[in-house]
Design a protein around this ligand. Sequence first.
Ligand SMILES: [Zn+2]
Length: 200
Amino acid sequence: MPKTEEEKGFVDVVNKRYKPKGTFHVIEANQPIYNKDTGKLAGVTNPRDMTYIHSYGGEAIFFESLGKGKLMATRCDNEKCETKGSVYEPFRIFCPDCLRKNTVIDITEKAQKTAKIHSFIITHRSGAFNTLPKPIKFINIEFDEEVVTILMSVLVVGEPEIGKKVVPIFRTKNPTYTIMDLMFVIEGTTISELPEGFTF
Ligand SMILES: [Zn+2]
């Protein structure tokens, strides 16, 4: 059942501190579990509803940018680092080689021009809380040679094939500020084929 406003938890940051407001734990009645063959009690259900506060820290810029139609990555610019110039997508706050803070860069255009399917998995069964259309086409994406990592995402228009070019789409209407704001479609997809709320 959707929650009422009184049953939701909200958080702001004021003077560098989290200020929670509202309800973060909703109590529900539990139920007994009976053995239908013996009529005896076997256990109880344990409903729990809690709102988790997930801090993004240095990754906040990545999630905020998705809703604006931008794909941000990071790059090591440390002169003394052996892997200087390496670009990381998924977004890595720190360089794994020199441990210095990376520079945040916009790779939207690079993704539009160079993203292609490295490998893929089609999932017909999903776990709890899945909101993706089934079967889910999970794709591993490679960009140009500057990007040294592989990004996992989901293909929502078209059929996956190794080496096929894909382009990112962004949930720019009512963004969720989560990775659900980024998906991919096969190159050549038209705007009318995109899921509700998404743009190129
Ligand atoms: Zn480095």
